[in-house]
Design a protein around this ligand. Sequence first.
Ligand SMILES: [Zn+2]
Length: 462
Amino acid sequence: MTIQLTFWGAAGQVTGSLHLLEAAGARIALDAGLFQGRRKEAAEQNRELPFDARRLDAVVLSHAHMDHSGRLPLLTRHGFRGPIYATPATRDLCAVMLPDSAQIQERDAEYLERRGKKGPESEPLYSLADAVAVQELMVGIPYRRVQHLRRHLRFEFTDAGHILGSASVDIRLTEGPGHRLVFSGDLGRSGLPIIRDPDPPSGPVDTLIIESTYGDRVHDSVAQGEEKLGEIVRRVAARGGKLLIPAFALGRTQEIVYALHALHRRGAIPTIPIYVDSPLAVDTTTVFRMHPELFDRREHLAGQTSALFDFPLLQYTQTVDDSKRLNTLNGPAIIISASGMAEAGRILHHLANHAGDHRNLILFVGFQAEHTLGRRIQDGADSIKVYGDMFPRRAEVETLTGYSAHADREGLRSWVRALGGPISRAFVVHGEAGPALSMAQLLEAEGVGEVIVPRQGESFSL
Ligand SMILES: [Zn+2]
């Protein structure tokens, strides 16, 4: 019995999640995510698949975020025809996320071409047809249901509490002495609005693959996040500014809307218009409405499932014209728009339009990866480059950690403890160098036998 594990992404960085597991005669990809970061570099990393997609037997997908699912259409483009296992909510989210990703790439390519800035990074990675082909291969597997991949290879999903439908993967090989491999996926936090808390698998683990995004940090609580959000909205409204929130259309947008709703209901923020300027956010919100069975009991019992994301101040803008109208808005307003790391999408146009006004405020509510525009603004850049043009940045910049969808250091530690049994070996992925090292030290302190931070392309026999 040989088990081979190769790290083809999210190794030494947070994006591009893709781990290849070869066991029981099968070749299984855990995730197939996009690399994000320096445009040209990411485009090159994304374009090259590290193995023959036709020889892959299946994909087991942890959740719908692009850095975990965004290369699935590239697999189908290169001839992959096997099943893609995901929870039903992840499957439904991918049905809107992946076609959107294909269209963003096509639109960005056209835009760059019109501006005479055509280069290798402006070629779309895949087409809408490739994204649609992914959907035909998706198989929905609910949490805690055993799914067989081979006679001696099976897995089940458990709730990772990170975004709607997010899962950890508990894989068992029953040949010979047997082997249990747990892939954490991205881990969420206790007390996040809407979704449930993480529900880890339990018992002894031979091999653990664990994320480390915030392995070196402690977040504000969700309640502190809401307080700060209220304070920021009041401050910006008082000076007649616009509050720009780059947010992932999936998860963060719904949580921020939920928090603004709560703040407004108790009179903690003034009555100013809130725009969710992202057609994708409209579609992902629809998927939330389809899956009330995944909500926390609190929301479920309150009978709020259909009204959860709707209130009078809130407007969803669909068309490009509606979006452009936001450029000429008078008076204070809140604009929530994708993408979350300001890498693509409508938020770029809003930044170009509003970053120059000192009354405005750019608020980050999620992780900003190295080399993204979001990270540069967060680090205090006083001019920003959007589609090749420079714009001054005079708007104030703030970051809220209370809404992070990722477990912090203490959350990661409790998740590892909840696994319960001894852990023989752990691979630390999905973190930049500092956080990954901190996470490795944490795991050693928790008594894990062997801890490894794998490099991109590194392979291990288990
Ligand atoms: Zn994620």
